[in-house]
Design a protein around this ligand. Structure first.
Ligand SMILES: NC(=O)c1ccc[n+]([C@@H]2O[C@H](COP(=O)([O-])OP(=O)(O)OC[C@H]3O[C@@H](n4cnc5c(N)ncnc54)[C@H](OP(=O)(O)O)[C@@H]3O)[C@@H](O)[C@H]2O)c1
Length: 330
């Protein structure tokens, strides 16, 4: 597994990061021995970045990840998140400190390598979450700086979901180490310009703006929550239903649109739709790591093999761009 720099942090992260969320689900719904096996194999294969959040399994993902990494004595980088509730904006610093302390306890670690704001910016998140403005983000950043001074966290970032304009303001304001951004075969707008009538949210090349400021880019939704694997069937460990982020109205619509890229396998460029999706994300030099949600060992092995085949060739990327442009015309 190749490693890339994580922005200006001085850390290097594996090209494939391990998503410990609900969608793949192994760290939330798996049996402990299965989790241990998958995480152990991930470390053996060179994965050194694990992404969790208090939201995932209501803290269970952090508990499980911490336990497995301790048992394995693995030298891994751990990222987690925090979210602010609707009533928390009057006491941002206290809420950030409480949340980080709780995550440290659940993870059983002395520090968090990367803490990220989970709330989207400019739009409400899940029920009960605070709608965050750029000003609120500044208060969160001040709290992060103070926690860094105490050695509880090393670096911080945001989830780049919400209103595109506010996301660009947040990146332009500086003071962030990372962003988690949607970039995949269905919606490449965070990486390059798309036609004005492109049917999905236009992130207006947010990755390039981040890279200009040496902000590390962590890609999410590499497989569109699983839709880019090309089937509506869900793994028993995976989230039973997935709401699209930055792509179609429904998961089934994303699965149907994913067939657009069958030419990559038919033409022998890739061996599977999953490989196409992972190599597409890794074809951007701005990307530090591409997170993939993992349900079992087989998915992990396949994802790693795919990443190790490297970026897609230029002619395949050009054909993909043509196919994506046709989305705009319906
Ligand atoms: N900050 C945020 O708000 C945010 C939002 C989303 C994600 N994330 C992060 O990103 C991680 C990934 O989640 P995601 O939502 O972006 O999902 P994703 O990685 O786009 O999709 C994961 C799904 O893809 C399928 N899959 C994975 N490997 C496969 C393989 N080798 N073969 C076939 N299918 C495969 C699985 O579906 P089945 O299991 O059904 O087969 C899995 O559940 C999360 O764990 C989290 O760490 C963060």
């Amino acid at each position: 597994m190749k490693h890339r720099p994580l922005g200006s942090t001085g850390l290097t992260v594996s090209e494939l990061g391990f998503g410990c969320g609900m969608v793949g689900g192994i760290l939330v719904r798996g049996e402990y021995p299965a989790m241990r096996r998958v995480v152990s194999r991930a470390v053996e294969l060179g994965i050194n970045y694990f992404d969790s959040a208090p939201l995932y399994g209501d803290g269970q993902s952090e508990v499980n990840l911490g336990a497995v990494l301790r048992e394995l004595r693995a030298d891994a980088l751990v990222g987690t998140k925090l979210h602010l509730g609707a009533g928390d904006l009057q006491r941002v610093e206290a809420v950030v400190v409480e949340s980080v302390d709780q995550s440290l306890r659940r993870l059983g670690r002395g520090h968090i390598d990367l803490i990220q704001l989970h709330n989207p910016l400019g739009t409400p998140g899940p029920a009960g979450w605070a709608p965050m403005t750029a000003k609120d983000l500044a208060a969160v950043t001040r709290a992060f700086q103070s926690l860094q001074g105490q050695g509880k966290i090393r670096f911080w970032g945001i989830t780049a979901l919400g209103l595109t304009e506010v996301l660009h303001q947040a990146v332009a304001a500086g003071g962030l180490h990372t962003i988690q951004v949607v970039y995949n075969l269905l919606n490449p707008s965070a990486g390059r310009s798309v036609p004005p009538d492109f049917p999905f949210q236009d992130y207006r090349q947010l990755m390039a703006r981040a890279a200009e400021r040496a902000i590390g880019v962590i890609v999410i939704r590499v497989l569109a929550g699983g839709a880019l694997a090309g089937t509506t069937e869900r793994h028993p460990t995976a989230a039973p239903a997935v709401a699209p982020i930055g792509s179609g109205q429904a998961y089934e619509a994303d699965v149907a649109r994913a067939r657009t890229f069958a030419f990559l396998r038919d033409g022998g460029v890739v061996r599977s739709p999953v490989e196409a999706a992972i190599r597409f994300a890794l074809s951007r030099p701005e990307v530090s790591t591409a997170l993939v949600g993992i349900s079992d060992l087989e998915q992990l092995e396949h994802a790693v093999e795919s990443a190790n085949r490297g970026p897609l060739p230029a002619d395949a990327l050009a054909r993909i761009q043509d196919a994506q442009a046709r989305f705009a015309r319906g």
